[in-house]
Design a protein around this ligand. Sequence first.
Ligand code: GLY
Length: 307
Amino acid sequence: MLLITNYEGRCGVQKSVELLMNKVDAIRAIIEGIKLVEVNPEIHTVGANSLPNLLGQLELDSAVMDGNTRRSGAVGALKGFKHPVEIAYRVMTDIEHEILVGSGAERFAEEIGAERYVNEMEHTQTAWREYLDSTLNEEQKQKFPDIRLLDIKTKPKDPENLFDTTVYLAQDYTGRIATATSTSGWPWKYPGRLGDSPIIGAGSYADSRYGACACTHTGEMTIRAGTARSVVLYLKMGLNLSDAVYEAVKDLADLKTGFINAVTVHAIDNKGNYKVVGLNPNKEVKYLVWHPELKEPQVKDAEIIRT
Ligand code: GLY
């Protein structure tokens, strides 16, 4: 058994560990951990309490993947529900699609009886208003929101300084490998923007035969490089876990245009190895790991690569 999560996922790790130890399957174990992250008031980039898009709305993204079947479920730009990760799971189990977005995802969530929630909080709305106040000119302020958003926004900003998405990767006692992600994406993003978190193959991928990968931070890069699928494919082609991650990081580092920023790649293989590499972060990158030989989950530093 093995569990790794990024540092933003720390409040849910104990729950996932308990479930893995009680022989709950890897998918349900990591979903229950992520649900605690989604409602944690201190995490501002996953679930409720997150910083909103340019219009002050929270559009949430999430995905799950079962490495035994390679079935996945994902939701994107979902508004008004408490647990995107649970709805992503139900996409996997209840409908013959892999991803639902926007109003269709909300309709589906309603139909399965998912819990509604007002994700926009007073303090995050205040932060958004302050952002607009310092960014818009007087004419834009008067006309807002009936303005060209493109005029005020060409690049995502990162006011949370590398606070991010949460990603969980686990292997359970049967050898099943699973991944799950949940995020509000980048603060002040353009409405409708999807990052990599709901995109299977970019932000996450699981295959119990080889391993799994999940990424945090600049989804605009991992979407282009197909990073999560690449790592698992490099494993399939015979690379060891470290080399598989290094190859995927090289693919990311080779991107020179578009929105370029940091990425963290989290990966496990089916033999119990794990590897986390941060590409060009602006501060240290931590993650958590647990396996049965450890009494407690441990916080570790990712290897950092700068280009
Ligand atoms: N990696 C999260 C995002 O780009 O939205």
